[in-house]
Design a protein around this ligand. Structure first.
Ligand code: SF4
Length: 505
């Protein structure tokens, strides 16, 4: 068998999780200079840039959600795919053990996390044969927040702000614009979309995701699709959704469109949305040894150029310090747009914790607390725990529970990303609480604001879903929903909806 195959796959996973490819770095650098200094968008991009640098320097996960590992493998005729599949699975297991991948494989019925990223359907591995004598393995790590913003349209269809999308390229354009508008900041914009025109419901989504293996500067060989991609890129940033949905000039960094034949009765447009943490790399391996012959998307002989020349959050002097536990008076004094620095105790809680709290009393006193929607990567070092990646998760999933939990237990601050809905907004107003938007994907940046893990509850839900008790210092975030009924998310959605109408496809 191939003695270096396992190590090569492990290197591929570690590098993909910790270092963005040069084309994505270049696009993010361009985004950074496109947003005027001092704006919310610019502050968000500065944190993202710092996070990219920190992840590459320390070989830490760029985002705590290391996503669904998806491998596309090309092998020479006669290669042993059964053995290779097993080796890839073992490399995924090892990368998880080393904290480079978060345990992300959950039994869909029991909710139990397998702990090692292995399980039915995970990881995804596609094999193809080719006539070449080497092996190519490409990997994409696409997280849940952006996966949840994927969309599929069956044309013709009526779309808000855009009218009817017919079975034409203009109709396709409307669907893509609608998908980006609908994603707002929930998929950690600025993002990139892979699109498939046609196919059936299954092949359409697969082919859309495959488009994300194209580099951002790649020009479509089909001139009709090249024109469509260019036209999306020239109009989509006028939506002014901006980084993290804070408003701004950069909403999308790439649009790649593929096409498949379809049944006469069906016309699907499938959109795969990827976030700024667009982790995609590949290797070409020697078919006899499995050793890496070359890397794809990156040239290891070129040094990594840092995104920024300074480290740390750049303060403007207008930041408001908040120390938990918090009083109602302190949070009612905050308003949308305030930048705050949170210190003190913070508890994590995502889907399993919220569902638990609806039926059971909390395992800790939540009065005046800060509840962080986050599924961190945590490693055990002797008897203590250390958080190695801890960005926010998409908050909208907790919308059915959040208002009730604020009311019952006295939570004063909820931190997450992408914003929440009308029920939570009403609860913030009624009970005196605020929603803070942290910068999605900035897992390394936020891990450094966590000074200590003081404990953990509900560990039976697995590491990402447990309730971690954290001591934080100067954790920056922006008030995007306040206790006076204001929501930046609602405002941006309405304003960008008006821009969508104005584009006039
Ligand atoms: S950057 Fe945002 S959308 Fe992307 S994987 Fe991380 S949390 Fe999910």
């Amino acid at each position: 068998m191939l003695p270096s195959f396992f190590d090569s796959v492990l290197q591929l996973i570690v590098r993909t999780s910790t270092d963005l490819p040069p084309d994505v770095r270049a696009a993010m650098k361009h985004s950074l200079i496109s947003e005027p200094e001092g704006t919310r968008a610019s502050q968000a991009l500065t944190i993202i840039a710092q996070n990219i640098d920190l992840a590459a320097d320390g070989e830490g996960a760029i985002c705590q959600d290391t996503g669904m590992p998806t491998f596309e493998v090309h092998v020479p005729v006669g290669a042993n795919q059964i053995w290779m599949r097993q080796q890839i699975r073992e490399a995924v297991q090892e990368a998880t053990r080393r904290g480079k991948l978060r345990p992300n494989s959950v039994d869909s019925i029991t909710g139990k996390n397998s702990g090692d990223n292995l399980g039915p359907g995970t990881p995804i591995i596609h094999f193809d044969q080719w006539e070449r004598d080497d092996i190519e393995i490409k990997l994409i790590l696409k997280g849940g927040g952006c996966e949840n913003t994927n969309a599929q349209y069956a044309l013709p269809v009526e779309l808000p702000h855009l009218g009817r999308a017919d079975r034409t390229l203009d109709g396709v354009k409307k669907c893509i614009l609608h998908a980006v508008w609908n994603a707002q900041g929930k998929g950690c914009s600025p993002g990139a979309v892979g699109v498939c025109i046609g196919g059936d419901r299954t092949s359409g989504y697969t082919h859309a995701k495959e488009q994300l293996f194209r580099t951002l500067d790649d020009v479509n060989q089909d001139s009709r699709l090249a024109e469509l991609e260019a036209s999306i890129m020239s109009s989509v940033n006028n939506l002014e959704i901006g980084p993290m949905g804070f408003g701004g000039k950069v909403t999308l960094i790439g649009c790649k469109v593929g096409v498949l034949n379809r049944l006469p009765a069906s016309f699907f447009v499938s959109v795969a949305y990827d976030c700024w943490a667009f982790r995609r790399l590949g290797v070409v391996l020697d078919a006899a040894s499995g050793a890496i012959r070359s890397w794809m998307y990156r040239d290891p002989s070129h040094p990594i150029i840092p995104m920024l020349d300074q480290a740390g959050f750049t303060r403007t002097g207008r930041e408001i310090a908040l120390t938990s536990p918090l009083t109602e008076e302190a949070v009612r004094a905050l308003k949308v747009g305030d930048v705050v620095m949170v210190s003190g105790r913070m508890f994590t809680g995502r889907d399993a914790v919220h569902s638990y709290l609806m039926k059971n009393p909390p395992p800790v006193d939540l009065n005046g607390s800060v509840l962080y929607h986050c599924g961190p990567v945590v490693v055990k070092e002797g008897e203590t725990w250390r958080v190695t990646a801890a960005g926010p998760t998409a908050s909208i999933r907790e919308e059915p529970y959040q208002g009730e939990i604020i009311k019952r237990y006295g939570v004063r601050v909820v931190i997450g990303k992408g914003g929440m809905g009308a029920r939570t907004l009403a609860a913030l107003k009624e009970h005196g609480a605020v929603y803070l938007n942290a910068i999605g994907g900035a897992a390394q940046f936020y891990a450094r604001a966590i000074k200590k893990v003081d404990g953990v509850s509900l560990m039976e839900f697995g590491t990402p879903e447990a309730m971690w008790h954290l001591s934080v210092e100067d954790f920056p975030a922006i008030v995007t929903m306040d206790a006076h009924g204001n929501s930046l998310h609602k405002d941006i959605e309405q304003e960008s909806g008006a821009h969508l109408e104005a584009i006039g496809v």
